[in-house]
Design a protein around this ligand. Structure first.
Ligand code: FES
Length: 90
């Protein structure tokens, strides 16, 4: 179902982004929903809220996203160091 007629954004698209952990503002920035006439904002916010509530893990990941990225980067650096060390030993 199309939620935003102006930008032709469906509830499925909004839900997919919300389940990925995006807030309404992030979904709005990404898809342009509710950026023209604004009539769809309430419905779009409801879709985001329903999806965020049903996927609390995604919301948790959003809050700790920066820390997770930093951890992932440090693991990659660590692995790169170990792999070059391993190849040097062989
Ligand atoms: S219907 Fe979404 S901005 Fe107009």
């Amino acid at each position: 179902m199309i939620v935003c007629v102006c930008r032709r954004v469906s509830d499925r698209e909004i839900a997919r982004h919300a389940r990925a952990g995006m807030t309404f503002d992030e979904v709005q920035f990404e898809l342009g929903v509710a950026t023209q006439c604004g009539q769809c904002e309430g419905c779009a916010r409801d879709v985001v809220a329903q999806c965020s509530a049903s996927h609390p893990v995604a919301a948790l990941h959003r809050e700790t996203g920066v820390q997770a990225i930093q951890l992932a980067n440090s693991i990659q650096e660590s692995n790169a160091w170990n792999s070059s060390r391993r190849s040097a030993a062989v």
